[in-house]
Design a protein around this ligand. Sequence first.
Ligand code: CP
Length: 335
Amino acid sequence: MNPETTDATPSLPTGTDDQPIPANRLRSKDLLGIAELSVEEISLILDTAVAMKEIASRPIKKVPALRGKTVVNLFFEASTRTRTSFEIAEKRLSADTLNIVAGTSSVVKGETLADTVHNIEAMSPDLLVVRHSSSGSCHFLSRICRAGVINAGDGMHEHPTQALLDAFTIRERKQRLAGLKVAICGDLLHSRVLRSNVLLLTKMGADVWLCGPPTLVPTGFARSGVHITSSVDEAVEGADAVMMLRIQLERMLGGYFPSLREYFNVFGMTPERVRRAKPDVLIMHPGPMNRGVEIASEVADGPYSVILDQVANGVAVRMAVLYLLSGGAEHEAVA
Ligand code: CP
């Protein structure tokens, strides 16, 4: 036996009569977005992550579930949390893992995304974890790749594992998602985190409120059953969780609001605004934070903040996704 590992694979929940767990796997070889997941699959990932989280408390944080599998992390955009937590998750499951970042790959010599991935596939990886600035890039890769593709953030489209870890964090503290008021405030227009969270939270029955300056509210959400307001006070009033989104200056050409100071005054999360929420409100942020822009440091570091719990839970949720996509079960195509 490898001394680094235990033989105990995480025990998976068996479900109840009310909430049967459909199978020990996802329907697709890929995780492209929350849009493609059923309520049962979301619950399966969150329940599996509970078992995965226990591994982090062991003296030896490693199980052999993905022994012999190769996972390639392909990051064409900057990342701290997502890339690190995927790599830790892969190592905790005993996968062979390697990282390719655009700046040190042949992408800088002009190689296309398709050629890059075809060459990596020639070396027989089992899973590709991909972050790319183009919306839809992961869907494109899923069509040309034999390996499973996990979306680690594609442009302004989706960031499914972020929404899953956010949901895990809320459910862990509140024991449910259905019926909770969740306010999501900030740069709604450029946020893939927002899109994945709206899809997930509405599927799971939460009451979702979106708040941001009218210039940063995308069209289309009105039909998705969420409330939209430009009043932070209204969004936060009685909220169970408040999720602040980063102002994505790198995706803006300017002109969305007069100044960062004015943005903070009107839309920033301050201790005074937090007092409008439930007494046990959860303050969340996917990171990286712009302190003093969308969130005051007293709130980010304050007693209601679960921002670092989100980061910790990201490892467990990504372990669950990796396990369910490559845990040895035979996959069937999504109809
Ligand atoms: N939340 C998130 O995606 O952070 P990184 O960009 O650091 O991965």
